[in-house]
Design a protein around this ligand. Structure first.
Ligand code: SAH
Ligand code: SF4
Length: 407
């Protein structure tokens, strides 16, 4: 049996026996659950298919709703398992429709009260993007990143990654048999609320390779949550040896957190650069499986005042990326208490983006969303002035292109 014991509320109380949840499990994980309660092997394949459909296609939260499964087995499942999702401990909705959820994961042992992570949903005209986390904290120590100052607690499990999407679908009424909550953004093309996923929340996804790979397997399964691989972007600070395997085994879009064009500066901003310098990183990008003009790599570049934002650096960026099918994403730095950096001025960002744009790259400045709720998942949030008309145009162009790519 695979039961975990939650921490007792008081020393005198009996430990609470927690039934494990089946939500977020792979097919192999569901098969193991059925084996655990004694379902014979020859029956399991069919049962896994049924569970899969109810859990991921319909999004049911109660075994009793699984009408294609006999009552006896439903009761047996309910006795041993749940379909619980991580607890939403806070939900904030921004005036622009951005939603931020604080999720508490199930405790992993008697002393664990359950790790908390953030997940952010960003609705746009033609898509809805969910920003998910891959770890609790991060072992890397990028100097401009708030997550980098927090110690790594642990990798998220496959289930904990998948259930971030399930919570979002649940809260948005995005499962077929559930209706949209009042005031929700409804896609006007009959599509789903969450159409895209970016691994840009907490953590370095390529340091949790197996967990992320298996989660993407569940998320993209066309009998269930059914999200296209081209609608999923994995962002990495540059774990070079895992970039090829990412393309081979996950087949998603790739984003690289570049942020500097010289090793000396990148060593400081992204210390992992000392292990995998820019030259090696770009070489891995050139060899990214499936790379083409229709499947370009996004290079993220955080704009730090007086640090990496000169005209010369913009020109060097263009030179470095020559020959790589690329998009450049300029991110206004999102300051946090105690940081030594400031965000570049808007004139500077515009000038930088103009150089990049003239060289033929769409270089959208990431639109800051959910400002009123501090939607800081992966620092997606940032303080900003209004974008210029040109920057806005470029952003729209990029969105049109990305949509074209995704179809
Ligand atoms: N660890 C991965 C993914 C999570 S970080 C990575 O580094 O790519 C997601 C993105 O947010 C990265 O591009 C990261 O560089 C950026 N980021 C981190 N801190 C930021 C901040 N304070 N302001 C703006 N962007 C930030
Ligand atoms: Fe980790 Fe990414 Fe933050 Fe660097 S930028 S500390 S890799 S989460």
């Amino acid at each position: 049996m695979n039961l975990s014991v939650a921490e007792a509320a008081s020393p005198a109380a009996e430990p609470v026996v927690r039934r494990p949840s089946l939500a977020g499990r792979t097919r192999a994980g569901l098969d193991a659950a059925l084996a655990e309660i004694g379902i014979p092997e020859k029956e399991r394949r069919m049962r896994v298919g049924q569970l899969w459909n109810w859990i991921y296609h319909f999004g049911v939260r109660d075994f009793a709703e699984m009408t294609t499964i006999g009552k006896g087995l439903r009761a047996q499942l309910a006795e041993h398992f749940t379909l619980d999702l991580p607890e939403v401990t806070a939900e904030q909705v921004s005036s622009d429709g951005t939603r931020k959820w604080l999720l508490r994961m199930a405790p992993t042992g008697p002393r664990d009260r359950g790790a908390e992570i953030e997940c952010v949903y960003i609705p746009e005209v033609d898509r809805g993007t969910l920003c998910v986390s891959s770890q609790v904290g991060c072992t890397l120590t990028c100097t401009f990143c708030h997550t980098g100052t927090q110690r790594l607690v642990r990798n998220l499990t496959t289930e904990e990654i998948v259930t971030q999407l399930m919570v979002a679908r649940d809260r948005l009424g995005d499962f077929p048999h559930r209706s949209a909550p009042e005031g929700a953004f409804v896609p006007n093309d009959g599509g789903r609320f969450v159409s895209n996923i970016v691994f840009m929340g907490m953590g370095e996804p390529l340091y949790n390779f197996d967990g992320v790979r298996d989660a993407i397997g569940v998320i993209t399964d066309d009998q269930g949550l059914s999200l296209g691989r081209r609608r999923i972007t994995v962002s990495t600070s540059g774990v070079v040896p895992q970039i090829g395997p990412l393309g081979d085994e996950m087949g998603t879009m790739l984003a690289i957190s570049l942020h500097a064009v010289r090793d000396e500066l990148r060593n400081e901003l992204v210390p992992l650069n000392k292990k995998y310098p820019i030259k090696d990183l770009l070489e891995a990008c050139r060899n990214y499986p499936g790379l083409s003009n229709a499947k370009r790599i996004t290079f993220e570049y955080v704009m730090l005042k007086g640090v990496n934002d000169s005209d010369a650096e913009a020109r060097e960026l263009v030179r470095l990326l020559k020959g790589i099918p690329a998009k450049i994403n300029l991110i206004p730095f999102n300051p946090w208490p105690g940081t030594r950096y400031e965000c570049s001025d808007w004139e500077r960002i515009e000038r930088f983006s103009e150089i990049v744009f003239k060289a033929g790259y769409a270089s959208p400045v990431r639109t800051p969303r959910g400002r009123d709720i501090l939607a800081a998942c992966g620092q997606l949030k940032s303080e900003t002035e209004k974008l210029s008309a040109r920057a806005r145009l470029m952003l729209e162009q990029d969105e049109a292109e990305t949509t074209a790519v995704a179809h």
